[in-house]
Design a protein around this ligand. Structure first.
Ligand code: ADP
Ligand code: MG
Length: 349
């Protein structure tokens, strides 16, 4: 689409088309027609449903100007692939809308594209189109995935009696952020693990695919464990009782575990009879899967967190909301997300 100031735009080199050719036109693996025409052509596998999801990353809201572009490229696609994992889908195709300042530095875009395509290659995603315009730096990825008909994992289908599980080590990304902000000091090798979680989140695609035949509901944790569990509970009209093994003492580590987002681990529910199968799955995937509680009947969304002795230690609020007013935030300070820092953070303003 031409912009309202397309005459002024001509002053800047390279052109939009040179940028697209140089950075975003790559060979595809499973696409009939990719970048270069008015639209892309894809042929979904017969008998499978398409899952579609979009996520934006905006400078100043989700990342700061000095964020490493290669990490940003990776993360911008990884957070979208994570949504496919949470639906139990195989990610297949993506489009990339990108707004960059008038004089994009080649180095910056080179690094961004390297990170983006490293993630695309790792997870078998074809970039099939997008849009490139000038403006404040922002990225918007739309991803398409495939899932066997009727098999997609939803948020609304958890059942009373189900076990609640979390993958990986949630809280690491938030801890890395706290370290970068000088609110804590992490020692190696923990620092390296936490920084990797923050900058190179690993979408749990293999887990999601296995869970499509096993879980009753799932979500990927972007806003914080308790906040995202809250979405499952509300949409499924159930409550939960949590008892998290080795829950850290009250303080930063506990806050990061419960309310830090950005790890992109999968939080899911499954029938209690599947507990043993899920433990085996953890070994097969070499990925920690921890049972953190069970779904109980009660008011939709109610969540009770107990300590090891069974005492209720439920924090007052569970996560972060882009549009939460400062007044409401002040009313409920417990488990508040950490203030913004100089790195990527998907859903914290
Ligand atoms: P149109 O004017 O028809 O909208 P464009 O000139 O915007 O087409 O884009 C030309 C081609 O380049 C299209 O196939 C489009 O999908 C692709 N494209 C544009 N920007 C990107 C991008 N950032 N990443 C991938 N493909 C892109
Ligand atoms: Mg266009």
């Amino acid at each position: 689409m031409p912009s309202v100031s397309s005459v002024a735009k001509k002053v800047f080199m390279p052109s939009e088309f040179e940028l697209i050719d140089r950075y975003f036109k790559r060979p595809t693996q499973h696409t009939l027609l990719g970048v270069g025409d008015d639209g892309a052509l894809i042929a979904p596998t017969p008998g499978r449903e398409l899952v579609v999801s979009t996520d934006m990353l905006v400078e100043g809201t989700h990342f700061l100007a000095e964020t490493d572009p290669e990490s940003l490229g990776w993360k911008c696609l990884a957070v979208n692939i994570s949504d496919m994992a949470a639906m139990g889908a195989q990610p297949r195709w993506a489009t990339l809308g990108i707004t960059v300042p008038p004089a994009p530095t080649f180095r910056w875009l080179d690094d961004f594209a390297r990170g983006f395509f490293a993630c695309a290659d790792e997870f078998g995603v074809d970039l099939i189109g997008g849009d490139t315009t000038r403006g404040p730096r922002a990225f918007c990825v739309t991803i398409l995935g495939e899932v066997a008909a009727g098999r997609a994992l939803r948020r609304s289908t958890a059942r009373v009696g189900d076990s609640i599980w979390i993958s990986g080590r949630p809280g690491q990304a938030a801890l890395a952020l706290a370290h970068l902000q000088g609110r804590t000091i992490l020692d190696q090798p923990r620092l390296a693990d936490c920084l990797a979680a923050l900058h190179r989140p690993q979408p749990r695609v293999a887990l999601g695919l296995a869970l499509s035949a096993l879980a009753t509901a799932a979500i990927d944790v972007s806003d914080g464990l308790l906040a995202d569990l809250g979405h499952i509970l509300e949409q499924s009209a159930v409550a939960a009782r949590l008892q998290i093994p080795q829950l850290p003492d009250a303080g930063l580590e506990r806050d990061c575990l419960l309310a830090g987002g950005d790890d992109y681990e999968l939080l899911f529910t499954a029938a209690a009879e599947s507990d043993a199968r899920i433990a085996t799955l953890a070994a097969e995937l070499q990925l920690p899967l921890t049972r953190i509680g069970e779904v109980v009947s009660g008011p939709a969304g109610r969540l009770v967190l107990c300590d090891a002795g069974g005492t209720d230690i439920t924090p007052a609020r569970h996560g972060y909301d882009h549009f939460m007013s400062p007044a409401r935030e002040a009313e409920s300070p417990a488990c508040k997300a950490p203030p913004e820092a100089g790195t990527v953070s998907r859903d914290k303003p």
